[in-house]
Ligand binder design. Structure first.
Ligand code: 5GP
Length: 182
């Protein structure tokens, strides 16, 4: 059986985290990719489980050695998907990555077989309304998030599968079927 590398993206609030978590609980043949980062571990985070925590020197060495499927900088720290971990795991299992649109499209460039799945909420308008209505973010943060949602949704044509999460169980089953079908 062929093992699949899948990137799951979509605006936050669309339910992708729940879908990935549930799928991982149900399928022993799928493993989540563990990213590398140069940021400090937060309380309770375990090296090798939540992230591989690396020094900047080590991270840059790995870039030189071409060991990232993709990498990016967020808030002054570096994050990357380790190619060696993914390739090693794919020998025996499928790998799922919860990753933003930029990271997913980069991963596809380096690994053309990577299957891109976008999870969308039933209504983008509803998601935006909820974000504004929540009142927990500043106007600037809301503006950033809205333009991020806009950007992510605008990239949907580059994805192999679009799943609208209007029913959680159906969405999980659809992602699961992609693993079986690919
Ligand atoms: P945090 O520090 O909160 O765990 O993550 C910060 C940001 O880094 C999040 O937006 C998260 O999606 C992103 N991130 C985590 N791992 C990776 C990765 O392997 N590659 C890329 N491009 N971004 C990542």
């Amino acid at each position: 059986m062929k093992h699949v590398l899948m990137a799951v993206s979509g605006p936050s609030g669309a339910g992708k985290g729940t879908i990935v978590k549930t799928l991982l609980q149900r399928r022993e043949d799928v493993v989540e990719s563990v990213s590398c980062t140069t940021r400090e571990p937060r309380e309770g985070e375990v090296h090798g489980k939540h992230y591989f925590f690396l020094s900047k020197e080590e991270f840059f060495r790995r870039i030189e050695e071409n060991d990232f499927l993709e990498y990016d900088e967020h808030f002054g720290n570096y994050y990357g998907t380790p190619k060696s971990f993914v390739e090693e795991t794919l020998k025996t299992k499928s790998v799922i990555m919860e990753i933003d649109v930029v990271g997913a499209l980069n991963a596809k460039k380096f690994f053309p077989d990577c299957v891109l799945v976008m999870i969308l909420p039933p209504s983008i308008e509803e998601l935006k309304k909820r974000l504004v209505g929540r009142g927990s973010e500043t106007a600037e943060e809301i503006e950033n998030r809205l333009s991020r949602i806009q950007y992510e949704v605008s990239q949907r044509d580059k994805y192999d599968y679009i799943i609208v999460n209007d029913d959680l169980e159906t969405a999980i089953a659809e992602v699961s079927r992609i693993f079986d079908g690919e």
